[in-house]
Ligand binder design. Structure first.
Ligand SMILES: [Ca+2]
Ligand SMILES: [Ca+2]
Ligand SMILES: [Ca+2]
Length: 285
């Protein structure tokens, strides 16, 4: 039914901010409703996974590896996030595995038919660094280059309104478990973001919702506030290379991270998202 306002869900597995503890008071961050787990240091196991690729070209190539980190409570965390084995979306620009710009993307697009009589929508997708994209709970493609160089994608589908979009977003990390990466000769927090534009005029904006499942690097997890719905708020935490002290103090052993389990149905239109906060908006430059 064209004209009906779509409804959006926007789930993130890694938030864009990072944290530092400022409080000297011991703060419990684990509740029955919110099984937040704290880990310290990098993954015990690291290696290639389904998104690891050999880049043919492109500047600033960082290889995307995956890892596993076992917490003190015995829980095992896949880092930087659980990853789908699904196929990448069609390239718009991909220097790593796609030869650069893809001027033929328009003719290469094959619509996925979710509803035969639905609206045909084209979505342009860019993630720093990695996304998996779902429409009404259906997997529509993932990012072909999980770390760097940066790349962009497009996908097309036919669907009835209202539409629920869901994306898992990962700011990939070079030091799995502590949210850090190499930049020239130093270790660095990095940054992240996601932008999508749709042919029906929809855009990513403050109307979407964003839930964090993994926050790093942290000095003291007590800076994280958990609301009554189990959402993590790390806006009170420090988030720069200069203010997160573990970065300059043996980060691979001392930086901490906060983890929430990713629900199986996070991409479903029925996913319960009360109180999910709005996503951070990008700085004006
Ligand atoms: Ca990417
Ligand atoms: Ca980062
Ligand atoms: Ca990044």
């Amino acid at each position: 039914m064209k004209g009906t306002l779509p409804y959006f869900v926007f789930a993130a597995v890694l938030i864009l901010a990072t944290c530092e503890g400022r409080s000297t008071v011991e703060v419990s961050v684990t509740t029955e409703a919110t099984p937040l787990v704290i880990t310290q240091g990098v993954a015990q196991q690291t290696g290639p996974c389904s998104v690891t690729v050999d880049c043919e070209g492109g500047g600033n190539i960082r290889e995307a590896l995956c890892g596993e980190l076992t917490a003190d409570d015995g829980s095992v965390w896949v880092l930087p996030a659980p990853i789908s084995d699904g196929e990448p979306a069609l390239d718009v620009f991909n220097e790593c595995t796609g030869g650069g710009a893809n001027p033929d993307y328009e003719s290469d697009l094959i619509p996925t038919i979710l509803n035969e009589e639905g609206e045909e929508i084209t979505a342009f997708l860019f993630g720093d660094n990695y996304f998996e994209f779902y429409v009404n709970g259906q997997f529509m493609g993932r990012d072909a280059v999980a770390f760097t160089p940066f790349n962009s994608h497009v996908t097309r589908y036919r669907v009835d309104y209202p539409v629920t979009y869901a994306a898992s977003l990962v700011d990939w990390e070079g030091y799995l478990g502590v949210g850090l990466e190499d930049q020239q000769d130093r270790i660095h927090i990095g940054d992240a973001g996601f932008i999508a534009t749709f042919s029906d005029g929809t855009v990513t904006n403050e109307g979407w919702k964003c839930k964090a499942f993994y926050v790093a690097p942290l000095d003291d997890p007590g800076c994280i506030v958990i609301d009554e719905h189990g959402n993590l708020d790390s806006s009170g935490c420090a988030s720069t290379d200069d203010t997160v002290s573990c970065i300059s103090n043996d980060p691979t052993n001392t930086c901490r991270a906060a983890h929430l389990p990713l629900p199986d149905d996070w991409m479903s239109p029925e996913f319960d998202d009360p109180g999910c906060p709005r996503p951070p908006t990008p700085p004006t430059r």
